[in-house]
Design a protein. Sequence first.
Length: 444
Amino acid sequence: MAKPPSGHNLSPYWLPFTPNRHFSKHPRILTGADGMYYIAEDGRKIFDATAGLWCVNAGHGRTSIAQAIAAQAKKLDYAPSFQFSHPGAFALAERLASLAPPPLNHVFFCNSGSEAVDTALKIALACQQLRGQGQRTRLIGRERGYHGTGFGGISVGGLVNNRNMFGPLLPGTDHLPHTYDIEKQPYSRGEPEWGIERADALEHLVALHGADTIAAVIVEPVAGSTGVLAPPKGYLERLRDICTRHGILLIFDEVITGFGRLGSAFGAMRFSVTPDMITFAKGVTNGAVPLGGVLVSDEIHAQIVSTRTGLPDHGIELFHGYTYSGHPLAMAAGEATLDLYAQEDLFARAAALENPWADAIHTLSEFGIVRDIRTIGLAAGIDLEPAGSPGARGFQAVQSAFHTHDMMIRITGDTIALSPPLIISETEIALLVERLRRLLQQLE
Ligand SMILES: Cc1ncc(COP(=O)(O)O)c(C=O)c1O
């Protein structure tokens, strides 16, 4: 087995979502990062076209975040979150609530997007039960949805490979159809004109199962991991309307779309649709410390917590949480990250760059192997014609991008997904597109 220059034995570490057998022979190892670039183990500067994994929105190596984490570690390294707390958790919750659309004024902290999704699904079930609607246990996701890898997330998720090895999953879930149709929306920028009627599938599920069995619907405002699928114009409003009419809670999974990716604090604001809960993670700490959470509406919080009657003083309202909920280091990283987003106006910057980004990325449609391109906010999906077995060309793309073109890209099957840090400049967009052009030439 090839060893990287550092000489580590690669076999004890089992990498997630990675072909480990191949990786051990051709490792891609990063040892540093600054601004728009990673540093590879051989010293090369690697252009980060994916903000790590959709999380380093303010770019790498931000000193103020590192200092905040270090200062917090010295002052209070850890505080239990069950029956105790610390000032940082209240401070960050208040800030997040002020960023989110009203009435999402309450935050439940966890450590990742997957935990945030499972937390939101559990809150939905608890809320329905306390509303006197305990028969509402069905959870609805969407085809091609990605909601992390917990059992809740894969049950409502819509990606077959993430589901098919893990048994029957949660009972009583169902799925809306995805919203993508290449014939109807080729080479789209922003929200496609076509597809609002796909939201009506929720009415069909209501007719099939009965509204009084459905607790919640969860969707990503823009499906990210499955290749950047923007919602059709009017689709999210229609989902909101159907949910409201039938007493179904609407959850937006904003693990990717939160914190500026779409040019606003949350996708809910960009699309002017307010769900009952928003899950977040990733960009909340610029990726520096694991943190996730759920923003919850006043009504749900009242139902479960603040106006709950009949509980004794020692009665816990929700039997749920994590050892590291509201971890002091994550809270400190979150505060410093939100400061940076505000000081550098990064959400507005992403909005201002949306058109130049789309203009530049769509020039890649000239390549024969490019089947479709979709852009929205500072994200793009580029579908490649498969070569041989599905995913083979995508896999070749990620390797060549790294080893030959000094670039980190993300792939899902044969789709390249791009989501650069929001600090990217127009010159850097041009540089990235030039490298992508060389990559596509090589792959053709
Ligand atoms: C929409 C969405 N939800 C949930 C997750 C899971 O997040 P994590 O990997 O932090 O568990 C992701 C990760 O990419 C995501 O994109």
